[in-house]
Ligand binder design. Structure first.
Ligand code: NAP
Length: 218
């Protein structure tokens, strides 16, 4: 598990009752209500870093900071972006003094990066940065806890590589339906049910109109 790297990894997703994180057209704001979103800011405040994939940055342009928490401290922002294609004006590059780490693959083309004093670029030894390597590098930066915030492909990579300690799923009483709308977890290569990841549900809590499930991977 991720404990081998010394980093506690929490996977957080906001999903509909049918397990979707976006509509077929890519619309995803907002799946859950204000109370659940406030809880997400608490989770960010409790973690040293937050990580997303490049598709999430392009689709949602998230700030990934802590808002609405007294004395809240924003975590470092990590983006997995093999080809170094993150738009220069993305809000993760907001100059708020928080470390920003873009992780590229080894064949990323050179490009002009934003002039941000807290920005560092990590170049992975593989074409796609592997989650275990990323965690080992984040550990070297002194980070001890990581909140993985999506999207679907990133959740799947962390789960497949057993790089997740706990899950926090916010479940909204909504149904999107459809084969094309994005399910929260990408392909895990599960063909038979006994290959499915087993969870140990620790709590189920009402958060406003939504539900929060906290679980550990068995
Ligand atoms: N409701 C929620 O909680 C929530 C949260 C987050 C996102 N979303 C939604 O999810 C959608 C985006 O999800 P997505 O699955 O398309 O993309 P994603 O997970 O955000 O990003 C995936 C991309 O990250 C890059 N990447 C680099 N290293 C990777 C690795 N080790 N494993 C996997 N990917 C890696 C790859 O692109 P390169 O090869 O180009 O690097 C990959 O295509 C958006 O619609 C967004 O709104 C919803």
């Amino acid at each position: 598990m991720s404990k081998e790297t010394g980093i506690t990894v929490t996977l957080k997703a906001a999903v509909t009752l049918d397990g979707k994180i976006a509509t077929a057209s890519g619309h995803s704001k907002w799946i859950t209500g204000e109370t659940a979103r406030h809880k997400v800011h608490q989770l960010r405040n409790e973690n040293d870093a937050v990580l997303v994939g490049i598709n999430t940055v392009i689709a949602d342009d998230p700030e990934l900071n802590v808002r609405g928490i007294d004395d809240g401290k924003s975590p470092a922002r990590i983006v997995l972006d093999s080809k170094a294609k993150i738009p220069e004006h993305s809000r993760v590059f907001n100059n708020d003094g928080v470390p920003v780490v873009i992780v590229t693959g080894k064949q990323a083309e050179s490009r002009k990066w934003p002039d941000l004093p807290t920005l560092s670029i990590l170049s992975a030894p593989t074409i796609i940065p592997e989650t275990n390597w990323v965690l080992a590098e984040l550990k070297k930066l002194g980070l001890k806890s990581l909140l993985v915030e999506g999207g679907s492909l990133i959740y799947a990579s962390f789960l497949k590589n057993l790089c997740v300690d706990q899950l926090v799923l916010f479940i909204a009483p909504k149904i999107i339906g459809g084969q094309e709308s994005l399910s929260w977890c990408g392909n895990l290569d599960v063909d038979l049910l006994d290959q499915a990841l087993q969870l140990d549900i620790r709590s189920v809590t009402a958060v406003g109109e939504d539900w929060m499930i906290e679980a550990k991977i068995k």
